[in-house]
Design a protein around this ligand. Structure first.
Ligand SMILES: [Zn+2]
Ligand SMILES: [Zn+2]
Length: 366
């Protein structure tokens, strides 16, 4: 592969056609790893970038969910970031993000998801060797975390939930985890909502209620652990949905509500669906500006706990592989991958994802 020309999908500017650029495949330097990209996950964030809803500093290679096969290890690299031995031919999962390792968040609060540098790698020079995943190869710099995928775990089961699963794992961690036997309500049935459903089910929630749409995603939610679903297309009013949730929870509401809806009104709705003493974690409002009226005494009088969670940390990427390894036989994780696209069709993939026509779309660059 080294020395050959290889392709990458570049977003030159928002709302412009995706361009396919060529570049030479380099040999990895000391500490670097050269990968042949097997899968690049298409994420809602890629769609936001494409549509100009997130500021873009310049042309960038799209894709931040990747599975690659090791082609060559630079000198000094013998293990992944969990200490597991690696060799050419092994599959690894990476997200092209690198904490700086020397800021307040990296060294004092130990929360790399708050590091300002964490996502900077996504917007690197589009002419440089790619670290992003809509490309035929990736050259991982020395500090970029990656983890070996165990041989018994299909790549599709890992990429199916992309960055959504690490995001969900950090969010549950921030809100204090899932308690065995409790009722979890998930707002949203996109990749984050589906990952939240899967994890709630595997961690012992007795009831997992999903509010979302379209029907295809809700059917899939049932297959990965939802015990009840409420279709936004059928139950179109806030009051009707609240009645539905109360009827399912003995009039109490849910012990834990997980916001993965991505629309601002969902926050006010979610607050009304939490049981007394319950918890609410807000995950999906990352790129949804706006405000809602909240009566603060509700939090007070109902003993509510609310947490927000943005992004994830390297350990959640490894945990996600662990979830796939454990669950892929009993849950149809790999079947979430409903659409596969060649690199040249990245734009078609983005438009299908933006129209909610997929459960999970992936780019297969090679
Ligand atoms: Zn993502
Ligand atoms: Zn930092």
């Amino acid at each position: 592969m080294n020395g050959c020309l290889a392709k990458r999908a570049v977003l030159v500017s928002p709302n412009a056609p995706i361009e396919i650029w060529d570049g030479h495949v380099p040999s990895p330097g000391a500490g670097e790893v050269l990968l042949k990209t097997l899968f690049g996950g298409v994420c809602g964030t890629d769609v936001h970038l494409w549509k100009g809803e997130v500021e873009l500093p310049g042309p960038c290679i799209l894709g931040h969910e990747g599975i690659g096969e090791i082609v060559e290890l630079g000198t000094g690299v013998a293990t992944d970031f969990a200490g597991t031995q690696i060799k050419p031919g092994d599959r690894v999962y990476w997200v092209p993000m690198t904490p700086c390792g020397r800021c307040h968040h990296c060294t004092v609060t130990k929360d790399a998801s708050s590091c300002e540098e964490w996502v900077a790698a996504l917007f690197g020079d589009a002419k440089a060797p790619p670290v992003a995943t809509y490309a035929q190869f990736a050259l991982l710099p020395g500090r970029m975390p990656f983890y070996r995928i165990p041989d018994d775990t299909p790549s599709e089961a890992v990429i199916a939930f992309g960055c959504a699963l690490p995001t969900v794992l950090q969010a549950y961690e921030r809100i204090g985890g899932i308690r065995v036997g409790e009722t979890v309500l998930v707002q949203g049935s996109g990749p984050v909502g589906l990952a939240a459903t899967l994890v709630a089910s595997m961690c012992g929630a007795s009831q997992v209620i999903v509010i979302g749409t379209p029907a295809r995603r809700l059917d899939y939610a049932r297959r990965i652990g939802a015990t009840e679903v409420i279709d936004l297309g059928i139950e179109t009013t806030v009051a009707g949905r609240r009645e539905g949730v109360l009827a399912l929870t003995g009039g109490r509401g849910a012990d834990l509500v997980f916001e993965a809806a991505g629309v601002v009104p969902a926050f006010a709705e979610g607050l009304e669906l939490i049981a007394k003493g319950g918890r609410y974690v807000v995950v999906g409002l990352w790129s949804a500006p706006g405000s809602v009226a909240v009566e603060p005494r509700v939090l007070n009088n109902r003993n509510l706990t609310i947490a927000g969670s943005a992004l994830f940390q390297a350990r959640h990427v490894r945990q996600a592989i662990g979830v796939a390894q454990k669950c892929h036989r009993q849950m149809p994780m790999a079947e979430a991958v409903t659409h596969r696209f060649e690199l040249k069709d990245a734009e078609i993939a983005l438009s299908m994802v933006s129209r909610l026509e997929t459960i999970k779309a992936v780019i297969v660059p090679n």
